[in-house]
Design a protein around this ligand. Structure first.
Ligand code: NAG
Ligand code: NAG
Ligand code: NAG
Ligand code: NAG
Ligand code: NAG
Ligand code: NAG
Ligand code: NAG
Length: 464
């Protein structure tokens, strides 16, 4: 307070001592209209009505009021006194030029303004960039004084210049954003010329894959199901490709093990339906990592999809068929992070396991009925398979017979039929084994039906 008091009295003292008025600094945008008040503050009129009011621009008279009329230095310019009633001598500038404006009343300097005009080059107002690129935002003014400038990110974070990817330079007139990412950098950046100058905004669209899948992007599918592998971008190419600086897309590729599976050159007809690879009947061999690549003239966007296939089998681990209690085993094609678990559910009981030897979880003691194996990641169910264990061979016999026989030689067929006829004589144990085989055969049919319902789940991505 004491200091402020001193400052004010010092300034008052200066005004008395010095023959000139202090210039007020005014910052405006290039296309912004501005009113320069005379007298300063816009609160009072000059009274009594003066004999002469002159506005000078950089020392040259641009407009003059006298009792006889108003005279302009350049009649083609649009600037004027705000009022034609000769009471308000403030100067209206539709698009002020940078420089010093002085209002002189009856030959005495009344007020002085230093006008700073700021612009943003048109080509950097709205930009499309690829994730990972570097962009420079800047405001331009020809003056050589440096008012403070504040920058704000699309998430409204004030830029301090200490952020790892954001750098202020050229006295805060430039902001460089390195290694662009969607989460923090996509959207409208703003800057403000202090203390009360204009605001500018910059549209920065960071093009990236819709879900940032990273290396752990996973897609889940059950065996025999249908799955679509695709890597959509966060923009609609057909809508935005005609915008000025839109990056030129050259082609799109899906690869597995360094082999190109799909390759499309699509710049002309690309739209929101992104290229995709459909697998109608997922096999274990389809599991693995796929690389997606969008190739733009100025760089690539890469990501990968990890297809994880789940299968269920009563003997997948080569367990012996004559073992009385054959385990039901649920298998996934790759090891998963610790947050994932496999669960076996039967009637109202569920057992889950997250540590999975050989990516397999077996139910050693499967009783008859429907068993469901499901994969949960962070407690979200990603995918499941139903498996039916049957006890009574005679009940299941008619239904899956054709299925079984199709894969069996004629001789074997006779043997089986002979065996069936003599079933009453066989020990109970054999009967149960056969029942399990029937169930497995039925399982294949079930899986095919089941998997039709799994479509929604198969595109479910997991972020590690
Ligand atoms: C003079 O005109 C300006 C612009 O219209 C206005 O802001 C200002 O208040 C006026 N001055 C007075 C004393 O009315
Ligand atoms: C997108 O383009 C593909 C191939 O050019 C076309 O089959 C499909 O109908 C288009 N989709 C939309 C939504 O325009
Ligand atoms: C994309 O992958 C290609 C080939 O694997 C590689 O040359 C390129 O550097 C990658 N680009 C990015 C941005 O990761
Ligand atoms: C499971 O269901 C059976 C009958 O269906 C019932 O007797 C048993 O109490 C249930 N167990 C639990 C844990 O709910
Ligand atoms: C994992 O598989 C290997 C051979 O494939 C086998 O020797 C080993 O016993 C299995 N481990 C478990 C816990 O099943
Ligand atoms: C197998 O089932 C029996 C009852 O049916 C139960 O007592 C036993 O604990 C189960 N074993 C395992 C490993 O779940
Ligand atoms: C498994 O069966 C249960 C009921 O028995 C059903 O609610 C569920 O949708 C089935 N799951 C699949 C994957 O078909």
């Amino acid at each position: 307070m004491a200091w402020n008091g001193k400052l004010v009295s010092f300034l008052l003292h200066m005004e008395v001592m010095l023959p000139f008025t202090m210039a007020s600094k005014i910052n405006v945008a290039a296309d912004q209209e501005v009113v320069l008040c005379c007298p300063a503050g816009c609160k009072e009129t000059i009274s009594p009505t003066p004999n002469e009011v002159v506005w000078n621009y950089n020392g040259n008279r641009i407009i003059r009021y006298m009792r006889t009329g108003v005279y302009k230095g350049d009649t083609t310019e649009k600037y004027k006194f705000v009022a034609s009633d000769h009471k308000n001598f403030s100067l209206w500038l539709p698009n002020g030029k940078e420089g010093q404006y002085t209002c002189i009343v009856n030959g005495k300097e009344q007020c002085i303004y230093d006008l700073r005009v700021w612009t943003v080059p048109k080509e950097i107002r709205n930009r499309y960039l690829l994730r990972g690129e570097t962009v420079l935002l800047e405001v331009i003014s020809s003056g050589n004084e440096y008012p403070r400038i504040e920058w704000f990110s699309p998430r409204n974070a004030k830029v301090t210049g200490n952020e790892p990817r954001w750098e202020l330079c050229n006295s805060e007139r430039r902001l460089q954003i390195k290694n662009l990412e969607v989460q923090e950098d996509d959207g409208t950046w703003k800057c403000h010329i202090l203390p009360d100058g204009p605001w500018f905004s910059f549209g920065v669209k960071v093009i990236d894959f819709l879900n940032v899948l990273g290396d752990n992007g996973m897609t889940f599918a059950t065996i025999d199901s249908r799955v679509v592998l695709s890597c959509p971008l966060n923009i609609d190419l057909s809508k935005e490709k005609n915008v000025g600086n839109f990056p030129e897309l050259q082609s799109w590729e899906l690869m597995k093990d360094n082999k190109v599976i799909v390759n499309e050159n699509l710049p002309s007809n690309a739209n929101s339906t992104y290229p995709a690879k459909e697998i109608t009947n997922v096999r274990l061999e389809d599991a693995g990592k796929y690389q997606c690549r969008f190739i733009f003239a100025k760089g690539n966007l890469n990501t990968s999809i990890h297809l994880i296939v789940m299968s269920v089998s009563g003997s997948s681990l080569g367990l012996h068929a004559d073992k009385e209690n054959m385990p039901l085993c649920c298998h996934i094609s790759a090891s998963l992070p610790a947050t994932a678990e496999l669960c076996w559910a039967h009637t109202n009981e569920t057992r889950c396991q997250s540590h999975l030897p050989n990516n397999t979880f077996c139910e050693e003691n499967a009783t008859t009925g429907t068993w469901t194996c499901s994969l949960k990641v962070e407690n979200n169910m990603k995918i499941s398979i139903n498996y039916t264990v049957a006890e009574e061979p005679t009940v299941k016999m008619t239904f899956p017979l054709v299925e079984i026989l199709s894969g069996v030689g004629a001789l074997l067929l006779l043997l089986i039929l002979a065996g069936l006829c003599g079933c009453d004589l066989k020990p109970i144990r054999r009967k149960r084994q056969r029942a399990r085989r029937m169930a497995q055969a039925k399982q294949h049919l079930l899986e095919k039906k089941t998997c039709q319902c799994e479509r929604e789940l198969t595109n479910d991505y997991y972020h590690a």
